[in-house]
Ligand binder design. Sequence first.
Ligand code: ADP
Ligand code: MG
Length: 682
Amino acid sequence: MLDTRLGAVLSTTSKHLSRLESIGVKTVDDLLKYFPRAYTDNSNYVNIIDMKIDETNTVLGKIKSLVTIRTRTGKKLTKGIFEDETGSIEVMWFNQPHLQRMLPRNCEIVLSGKLKLSAGKLLFQSPSHEILDKYKEQVHTGRIVPVYPETEGISSKWLREKIKPLINEWIRSYEEYMPKEIIKEEGLVSLRTAIKNIHFPESDASLKRARQRLAFDELFLLQLKVLLKKKKWQKIAGDGKKQMTTQKDVIKYFIDNLPFKLTKAQDKSTAEILADFERTFPMHRLLQGDVGSGKTIVAAIAALNVIKNGYQVVIMAPTEILAKQHYQSFLAFLREHNVNIQFIAGSTTDKQKREIITQMKTGTCDIVIGTHALIQDKIGFKKLGLAIIDEQHRFGVQQRAKLKEIGDSPHLLSLSATPIPRTLAITVYGDQDLSIIDEMPAGRQEIITRTVPEEKRQDAYRWIEAQVQKGRQAFVICPLIDESDVLEVKSVTNEYELLSNHIFKEMNVGLLHGRLKQEEKDQIMNDFNDNKISILVSTSVIEVGIDVPNATIMIIEGAERFGLSQLHQFRGRVGRGEYQSYCFLFTNKLTQDGLKRLKGMEKYSSGFKLAEIDLEVRGPGEIYGVRQSGLPDLRMASLTDTETIAKARRQAEKILEKDPKFQNSEKLIEKLQEITEVFVND
Ligand code: ADP
Ligand code: MG
């Protein structure tokens, strides 16, 4: 059994065992899945005469002599002469006096390590060794050698020695769980081959195939897991109670009377949502689109359909200002449709609140809009049909669960203005359906984006001053400081003082940061909204989707510290009104890479495109909004490997379609049940 404790099979000390245990390696299976982090290829022997300085050389030769001495500093130095038929070289090790005993003289051994030139002398320094035994396979030298993530007291060498025989003994206990067709279609090696070769590959090619197999497995199982979760949710909630018919005439009238034509992407998303309402289970959909791409109108059409089916709608935003903006948009959009819309804010009096809650409970109000706090209170609805959640990554899993509770499984539509590439989205938000608005309404002006060199800073300030005198407003975002919140507040406060007392002395400058109380933040944002503040200096708390049409300038300090998708979020705060808008990127120090990244900002205005670049260059965790959503724990696969993700998704979908009960792949069920609480037959 692969879950046999290591203590029962390894001959080693209890100290080693407890060290392994502390890194989560307890069983045979754990150890065989303790994958190397790298490999050194010393499969090619060189002659001593051909050894290269500062490179790893692997030499087959004989030790002629060996002595251990004590240096002046008290270290033990073991040194000697190593030779082959082409020459000889001095070899030495620090603090490994046991080698004196262990290494045989005049007998073939392999040494592998770096050749150093020190004080004019060539020295083979601390090479790893392997004594050749024609009955044993080589482990440490003369091959592609695995290098393991090392922890205190557990060396790679030790791990290699223990893992090698374990593989030989236990590999047959691994049973193939991947369906044959998938193995064939994806050209995968067997599980056993993969595990063996991930530790001790015979060649680069076999290592590559081992990696491919293991990476595919991780992604495939992950996709199966999210798809099963989705299916389970559909089944639990799928009693048809919230099934609706599309109110075609009402919707057509609504769309025909808009002052603009919907974009293709808006049309498509609308159709996807309306189709969801017609099904027997509640929608769980994420609508992604850049700021200004027109998500609100799509949400409004969805709401209208729900109301005309006799249900209620709740809309929640992360801040009160955003909730208020939704309230105003919905009032405007639905004015002609005889819809009762209510708004709950912190400032709503208790009396008003009670009134609204009564309306919700009796079904008199059709739409209630507020912050996420709306679901914290013990409120209820008569007939909740749809919950719309703005900026979903700020909305925790628990809150979502709560919503299901209070609303008796309403349809769920999340809106997100933080686009992420599709392959990543199906992994991170895989249990939801995705609608993507990747197209801006026609005639939108682009925000002019420039990286400003330091010597142009004063010019930029004077130009901004002139704009402010014309009535425009500006944001100044201060650099991201990882170390601490306190430092960040200090830095933003310094910047504020500099700007308000010197650079923009004559203007109203405001300050916003995360340490302020919510009411203070709201007050400042309101003042900015009302143009009582012209220039708002802020930390990255500004990122939330506030809409101030008169703000046309976004200045970002230390721009190189932010990811592209986050810079793009900041930039989305301007360009919301009729005036040409600008984004200026200032940098502290810029590398070639950094410069190239910022050029991406100048070139692209699509959040999807920028997130793709971020994913490639900085990895998934750096994409704005993704880390908060929780990244899967992957050992072998990479979330940037879009090709394998797409393949894994396709195969997962295919198997759920063809064999939803896994009747032809029982082994796969077992495997799935090991890793997920979602049971196939639930
Ligand atoms: P988002 O919520 O995606 O950031 P909004 O829904 O607030 O974007 O839309 C931004 C602005 O664009 C709004 O004023 C909206 O009325 C307008 N708008 C939406 N769709 C279109 C369209 N197809 N053509 C022109 N303007 C549109
Ligand atoms: Mg919006």
